[in-house]
Design a protein around this ligand. Sequence first.
Ligand code: ADP
Length: 308
Amino acid sequence: MKENAIEISGLKKSYGNTVALQKVNLSIKKGEFFGLLGPNGAGKTTTISILTGLVFRDEGSTLVFGEDTVESFRYTRSKIGIAAQELSVDWFFSIEKLLYFQAGYYGLSKKNAKKSVNSLLERLGLDKKRNSRLRQLSGGMKRRFQLAKALVHDPDIIILDEPTAGVDVELRRSLWKYLNELHSEGKTILLTTHYIEEAEQLCENIAIIDEGKILKKGSPKELTQELGSSGITIKIGDVRNKFDSFLSDYSYTFNDNRLHFSVKNPDVAMPDIIQKLSENNIKIQSVESNSSSLEDVFLDLTGKGIDE
Ligand code: ADP
């Protein structure tokens, strides 16, 4: 059995009267790319803040590589690199210096710090800006700096809070590419996002969270297969026939020479429908299918769109 990098059970947290988390259970395997997907206020930041010791839990347990994040804080914190949403660093120093401070915080030797800082600055395209201050960087560069800061001590687990919120498409793609590289190097990645596409593109497994509760977990494919339905639209040339008798297994609508089916499992349904139509001498002009997206699943589960 693969060891779990992160194990959260029965986690509860309230801020005064606001319940942020109600009995959250999650386990994330070593090397897994995991997404916590939910709208604003769902409890994503609270969850990761508890894991990294920035916020205290009320109840439940949070383990990192089997160690409690409160009792073994130094160990668990050393295993995690976090790229938070907001930058809370001293604006006076150069970004290179800030990375050295971070390396020092984790107890890296001078030699190792130098190696790590140089390689990250280069890899993240910040080499030429090493002497700049943060406020002199573009928004995209600040994001990359945050990532560099999270990676300086070469952590096994990387936690990213909304890594691409508010960034343009180009930067989003380049961050995705970089995260995929880190994943293929064996890092465990936990990201929070309210971009369904991001979760779908990057994550092997996803937990959908809303109002402090995990509503569903699974791979994007499992979630869309289990909960969603796919549409199949077949344009036919002959409308004289009646379909009710031989298509009674399916739910469908018919208008403008188009039969539209909503099916759970298009791989099985599509050939069957085509066969039935052919057997009944109905001429097929075109076939289209569109699988349901994670967006539909999200809508089904929460009763609302992610941006609401
Ligand atoms: P998300 O990251 O999914 O947007 P959060 O974890 O930030 O959600 O917030 C979960 C809930 O807890 C929200 O209702 C939010 O308003 C509340 N909350 C978060 N942080 C605090 C805080 N420091 N004080 C009071 N309420 C908070």
